[in-house]
Design a protein around this ligand. Structure first.
Ligand SMILES: *Cc1c(COP(=O)(O)O)cnc(C)c1O
Length: 411
């Protein structure tokens, strides 16, 4: 039985996360289903950035490295992120981009497994993950081999030649969730280290890195952490791996950066995974997003995300069955991250037409429409309304216009 309007209203009225929506800048009428690509702006971010620019930078100038705690922001924000991914204080830093952190984690793992040559991943992983593997292979002059296999073949490919396994926990297209603990256990059985990409997990689903005995992890700051466009990413290294010598041995990872020594000496702990000067303004915005998320109970976030997904799928089945959509996410909620994807022949055009109807999702080639579900700022009623607008776009064929067929540079 589909849910009635009254039942949907009741879900919103009793939603324990209801008040979080007011903490985001979202225009009424707009339904934003792309928080898995760029999270919405917390209302508090602008003031914190303004303070960082005019008071901390404008007045404090260089004294703010200490006075405004700029110099310790990567570790401080890392400790906060640690609380939502099951890590300990001192195991996470906020720094660089996810791509760069993948490089840092992979090379650290390789150095901990001398004699093993393979970095293993899956062919359908997010492209940057595999591109970084290929770059390491090319740079190594053939010593390291980058191997990507079919998603189902990954566990069987683990052997004594594999140094490190790089996987994304929640798949960016389908939203399929991998069993982080089980895969880590299987990798460890073969002496293989793991690097988990949490770009679509951190802030979206509860993650327990230490509970799974994970080795390394990375993830984005601008998706579910709401850190703003191009926000710094994060890197987790389990405490037992802190002796790995960083390849990106920049001065901010040095034991004593302001001693200006001639030779690199890594800092103790997670700090050695820093490289250059931290991007302070980006970190200020990231911290605003992370602070907001830290106030939410991740179990409540997951529960709502699953309900939003269920409602979305039910409504699509009921209202849009005739229009050629095929569910491209797992039907089993336990296997689905915080998104619902559909395949459609005219996916690209439909996503464009939906933007004109104030529903923002995104398109991932070749045919996937992706709808991100962000429990902090989406209401159940938004899901119902989004499906009505999808139906309208299909009934009127509003998507069937030449300008919607032209591919933009960013999708
Ligand atoms: C979004 C995303 C990235 C992005 O990497 P950047 O270096 O921040 O551009 C990496 N991996 C996955 C799985 C992603 O979803």
């Amino acid at each position: 039985m589909p849910m009635s309007t009254a039942e949907v209203a009741d879900l919103d009225a009793h939603d324990p996360l209801r008040d979080f929506r007011d903490e985001f800048q979202l225009r009424e009428g707009l339904i934003y289903l792309d928080g898995n690509s760029l999270g919405a702006a917390p209302t508090g971010t602008a003031a914190r950035l303004a303070d960082a620019v005019s008071r901390q930078w404008g007045e404090g100038l260089i004294t703010s490295w200490l006075g405004a705690q700029w110099s310790t922001a990567p570790q401080r924000i890392g400790d906060k992120i640690a609380t939502i991914i099951g890590a300990k204080p001192g195991e996470v830093v906020a720094a660089d981009s996810t791509s760069v952190n993948i490089f840092k984690a992979l090379t650290a793992a390789l150095s901990l497994r001398p004699g093993r040559a393979v970095i293993l991943s899956e062919t359908t992983n997010f492209p940057t993950d595999v591109y970084m593997m290929q770059g390491i292979e090319a740079f190594s002059g053939g010593r390291v081999r980058s191997v990507a296999v079919d998603p189902e073949a990954v566990l069987d490919r683990l052997d004594q030649n594999v140094a490190v396994l790089l996987l994304t926990q929640v798949h960016y297209k389908s939203g399929l969730v991998r069993n982080l603990a089980e895969v880590t256990r299987r990798a460890h059985e073969k002496g293989v280290l793991t690097v988990w990409d949490l770009s679509h997990s951190a802030g979206a689903i509860p993650v327990d890195l230490n509970g799974a005995d994970a080795d390394f992890a990375v993830g984005c700051g601008y998706k579910y952490l709401n850190g703003g466009p191009g926000a710094p990413a994060f890197l987790f290294a389990a405490e037992r791996h802190h002796q790995a010598r960083p390849v990106l041995s920049g001065w901010f990872g040095h034991a004593s950066p302001f001693a200006f020594e001639e030779d690199y000496r890594p800092a103790e702990g997670i700090t050695r995974f820093l490289c250059g000067t931290p991007p302070v303004l980006g970190l200020v915005a990231l911290e605003a997003g992370v602070d907001l998320l830290c106030r939410a109970d991740m179990c409540a976030v997951r529960k709502k995300s699953l309900r939003l997904g269920q409602l979305f799928i039910e409504r699509m089945e009921e209202r849009c069955r005739a229009f050629g959509f095929r569910l491209a996410s797992p039907l089993d909620p336990a296997l689905r991250g915080s998104q619902v994807s559909y395949a459609h022949l005219h996916g690209y055009e439909i996503v464009q037409a939906l933007k004109a109807a104030d529903v923002i999702g995104d398109f991932r080639a070749p045919d996937i429409l992706r709808f991100g579900l962000t429990p902090l700022y989406l209401r159940y009623a938004d899901i119902v309304e989004a499906v009505e607008r999808i139906r309208e776009v299909c009934v009127t064929r509003a998507w069937d216009r030449p300008e919607y067929r032209e591919r933009a540079a960013v999708t």
